[in-house]
Structure formats: C-alpha cells, structure tokens
Write a protein that binds this ligand. Sequence first.
Ligand SMILES: Nc1ncnc2c1ncn2[C@@H]1O[C@H](COP(=O)(O)OP(=O)(O)OP(=O)(O)O)[C@@H](O)[C@H]1O
Length: 287
Amino acid sequence: MSGADTALLDVRGVSRSFWTGGLLSRRRIDAVKDVSFTLTDARPEIFTIIGESGSGKSTLARMILNGMTPTGGSIAFGGEDLTTIRKTRDRMRFMSRVQPIFQNPFESFNPLSKVDRYLTMTARNFTDARSQAETDAASDRALRKVGLSLAEVKDRFPHELSGGQLQRIAIARALIPGPRLIVADEPVSMVDASLRVAIVNLFKDLRDELKVSIIYITHDLATAYYISDRIIIMQKGEVVESGDARAVLDNPQHPYSILLKNSVLSPDVPDDDEPQTIERDRAARSY
Ligand SMILES: Nc1ncnc2c1ncn2[C@@H]1O[C@H](COP(=O)(O)OP(=O)(O)OP(=O)(O)O)[C@@H](O)[C@H]1O
C-alpha cells in the first residue's frame, strides 16, 4: 500500500492488562493504557517511545510486532487489523514488512551457528533467492547497507564479533525482506557507548535512503533527542506527552517528562553532535 493518506501503522486506543498472583491474590497490571498514534507511509520517520523501566514500552512493541494481542483497542498495519493475520502465509507477509531488532545482539544469534547462516535463512524465507549465489548476493547487499560485507562476516561465530558488529548484522538481517517498518527495542543499550552513535546514525540512513520507518524504543533520552522525528513519553503504561521530538524534549510540559529530562541530560545537549550517552546497568533481557 502507498499514498499520502495510507496509515502504515495505526495504533488506536491500545491497552494491555496482565493478571498476576493466585486465586486469592489476583492483581491486574495495566501495562499499556489507551495508547494511540499513527505512522504514515508517505513520510518515513523515526518514532521514539521513551519511558523508564516498566512503563510499558516492550509490551507495546510486542503488540505492534503481532506477538501479543491487545486487551483493548486495535492495531492495523497497512490498513489490516493485526488480529486478522493468522495464516502462516499472512504472517510471513507481515513479518517481511515489519521487522524487529532486539536489545541483546548476543541473544539474537545462536552461539553455535555462524552468523551468515541467519542471513542466508532470511534470504531464503523472505526473498526469491534460492541458490547459494543468490542468497550470498542478498546477504551482501543488506550488509553493505550497514557498512559491512559478506566477506567480513562469513564463517564467523557470534563470539568472534563485537556487540556493535553483531547488532549491525542483526539490522542487516532485518533489512533483507525489504521491511517498511523496523521495531527496535532498546537496540543500543547493550552496545558499547562508543558504538551507539554509529548504530543510531544507521537508523537515520535507513529512514532517508531506504524510506523505512523506525519505532525506536529506549530509555535513553540522549540518543532519542539525537535521532527522533516524533516521540511519545510513557509513564506507567500511559502516554504523558507526545509530539515533535525536539519540541517535546526542549520544552517538556508534563512533570514526568521534566523529571526524565532533568535526570538524564546535562543542560546543554549539542544540536547535531554526538549524543551524550547515559550509562545504566541493565540486565540482559529479550522478548
Ligand atoms: N507477561 C507479563 N505478565 C505480567 N506482567 C507483565 C508481563 N509483561 C509485562 N508485565 C508488566 O507490565 C509492565 C510493563 O512492562 P514492560 O516490559 O512493557 O515495560 P518496559 O517499559 O519495556 O520496561 P523495560 O524498559 O524494563 O523493559 C511492568 O509492570 C511489567 O512487570
């Protein structure tokens, strides 16, 4: 689908609750509450979801990736409600258009498999490439978009590569099917601080050159400020502030947004220079 009015992604009044505890101590957790936003096909953008731990970011990401059903509201991709995407063929089509990037690149790859195997499998599953020469060509094309080449990564195991290289290979793998949307959940929080800028810059290139929209999920205000077009700030499952990223982050209105900004940013964030990255110990986590 394309056209100025087509919603690439329409998240409408989405909520997700969980029940925890036993029969007598049942407790409802409202992980995501009534979240709405729309991404358009006509204008690829980096749309950032920011919030502290437990604010519902990953739950929202899982629902957008169709790995979890909302308990309220609806999500449509290209006009198609995600709950109607059930058949394997439809799921594969959806997956080719919406690709995830996970937090921990070391968990994205089987330590016993050579990394190029993931690229080959993705090329076989999601493109017309069948022969080794064709899958190699598809892998190399994708790797070159992230500043690598097949020659550099072929026959290498994950432990032979850095976290930054692995994350770039994970991004290359996600690009092979030609997605319209990438959902990146904390993609740089486990990457060495010195490599974060290179990775977030890649997202800008993907937006500008490949016209891919990116949902960038983070707790890191500095990289968010640096790359985002629009932003929503979440607290306890709710969107407390949203809009143009620079406008929101330069002049936050909600007390939580002000607190968030004051707690992580020094007063003068450079305009277009390197973001000041914030170190935080975070436990390895994946979906
Ligand atoms: N499967 C589940 N069962 C019960 N509660 C859950 C489940 N998944 C998430 N939650 C709860 O929902 C809330 C939101 O969690 P979520 O992981 O979406 O937050 P987050 O903003 O991504 O946090 P983090 O940055 O730490 O990953 C938390 O209180 C969490 O404990």
